[in-house]
Write a protein of this length. Structure first.
Lengths: 290, 214
């Protein structure tokens, strides 16, 4: 049996504990299987498990229809990731800048858009701004609010990465006669971005999930297509479950990539990180915000 | 400004729903998330795998997809509850995964040597957890949990898409009638920011209380 990562919490189980673990395993397996069986029975009693409700999803036209949606999802995610990434790095630099007005501006922007629901911004785009003659194409009605919200989150991740670098790096740059921006560009940012790559990938997952708000603005992405498809074929449960599965596959691979990157960076960068005193005001990067 | 004053009852009702959904699903998510993390670190392989799968699925699926599934699709299978209840259940189940991740990262901050020392002293698993791990993990966990709650606050807005009339939905409705987007959306934005600030400051105070000085 593979050792769990929290195995150090308990002693090597003796014969009695092993028996208890076996019993607990069987009991919990039975409970989980029972819950699953109950749910399947509920589904079956309404005919939701009938073969003809699932076989449509074996046909290519339906998948083609959904894959066009997935392309929209990936397109929106790419646009938001690129724009949000650039804006996020700039905001992080601005928040770390010695220029007071710039620092306040960037701090204000970040703090405001980190706490506003994206949906509120989207409603503002959809129903508020057209009154002022601002009416963007549908992709941008989704991408602009998402970019604004995600750039604030990315800025905090990047800032945490910069603050986690040992101060000696910056000082060494200065002592070589580099200017502040040179130090940032050539010394600090490359290392900081490498250190926070796993968190940035986690943010990418959250961003990809956010593109499902295209459902609200009627942008052709996966969830919107699912909605249209289910209105047409009346297979609501099946359609939404299939789409959920597609999201799970796409995001699951990204998450797996993030944890692989994290394992690699903690393995190579651990001594540096351990030697760095925690800096006050450094935001936590570990826990993704949905 | 008048638009705000005239529609205050509608907006306040929306705020009330937001707060109700926020508090109930926060309590639910904290309880469920704790159970999940207990399963995740337990010595029982089945429970560990189930908790791992639970977190992986919910962290990778959009909340909106789950909301649509629960509100519009599951009634086809005879699973139906009042709208707000359904929304609260979905938010609880979804955020519990994030709560579990926050708690687990807290447990991981406790150095292995602490646990090994406790075991060397003959502590049982529950004693080790109760007396050594949890008190030290608590201080590392408060800020991340605060962040999860702020994310939950922002996610309550998504329930507007399935028809729950909470603050975002009420704001939008008032604006459709009054057409003063800057004032109305601005006011709603300020309320959200104030709520997030309260959660953040609360987390800061609690953190100070449970922090162990080193």
């Amino acid at each position: 049996m593979r050792q769990p990562e929290t195995a150090y919490l308990y002693d090597e189980p003796g014969p009695r504990t092993r028996r208890r673990i076996r019993i607990a395993s069987v009991v919990s397996l039975l409970v989980l299987a029972g819950a699953l069986a109950l749910m399947l029975r509920q589904f079956a009693s309404r005919g939701q498990l009938d073969a003809d409700r699932w076989t449509p999803f074996l046909s290519w036209p339906i998948w083609e229809y959904l894959l066009v949606g997935l392309r929209g999802t990936l397109l929106a995610a790419a646009v938001v990731a690129v724009l949000g990434g650039v804006l996020g790095v700039l905001l992080a630099l601005g928040r770390l800048s010695p220029l007071r007005p710039l620092r306040w501006l960037c701090t204000g922007f970040i703090e405001v858009f980190r706490t506003l629901p994206v949906l509120l911004l989207i409603y503002l785009m959809l129903f508020g701004l057209p009154a002022y003659g601002i009416n963007l194409p549908v992709l941008w009605k989704l991408a602009v609010p998402l970019t604004v919200a995600n750039s604030a989150a990315i800025a905090e991740i990047v800032r945490a990465g910069v603050l986690s670098l040992p101060r000696g790096q910056t000082e060494a740059g200065y002592s070589l006669g580099m200017r502040r921006l040179q130090v940032m560009r050539a010394v600090v940012l490359p290392q900081a971005l490498r250190a926070v790559t796993p968190s940035l990938v986690v943010q990418l997952v959250s961003l990809l999930k956010d593109t499902s708000l295209g459902y609200v603005v009627a942008f052709t992405e996966l969830l919107y297509r699912a909605q249209v498809l289910s209105a047409y074929n009346r297979l609501l449960i099946q359609t939404f479950l299939v789409v959920t599965l597609v999201y799970l596959v796409v995001n699951g691979s990204l998450s797996a990539l993030a944890s692989r990157l994290r394992r690699r960076t903690t393995k190579t960068a651990a001594p540096v990180a351990a030697a760095t005193p925690a800096q006050p005001g450094a935001p936590a990067v570990e826990v993704p915000r949905a | 400004m008048n638009a705000l004053v005239e529609n205050l009852p509608a907006l306040l009702a929306g705020l009330g729903t937001t707060l109700f959904v926020l508090v109930t699903s926060a309590v639910g998510a904290l309880v469920l998330g704790t159970l999940v993390v207990v399963a995740r670190v337990s010595p029982v392989p089945v429970l560990r795998a189930a908790a791992f799968g639970y977190v992986q699925v919910l962290v990778n699926v959009p909340l909106l997809a789950l909301l649509l599934l629960a509100v519009f699709a599951l009634p086809d299978a005879g699973l139906i509850a009042p709208l707000v209840t359904t929304a609260i259940i979905v938010l609880t189940v979804y955020e519990a995964a994030y709560v579990a991740e926050a708690l687990r990262s807290g447990i991981n901050t406790v150095p292995k040597g602490q646990v090994e020392a406790a075991r060397a002293l003959g502590f049982t698993l529950s004693q080790t957890l109760r007396l050594v791990v949890v008190p030290q993990a608590a201080r590392a966990v408060v800020q991340p949990l605060g962040n999860v709650l702020i994310a939950l606050l922002m996610n309550t807005a998504l329930t507007a898409t399935v028809g729950v009339v909470e603050l975002t939905s009420a704001t939008n409705k008032v604006n459709l009638v009054q057409a003063e987007p800057i004032t109305i959306f601005g006011a709603a934005g300020l309320v959200y920011m104030a709520l997030a600030l309260v959660i953040g400051l609360g987390a800061g105070r609690i953190e100070k209380k449970v922090a162990i000085r080193r």
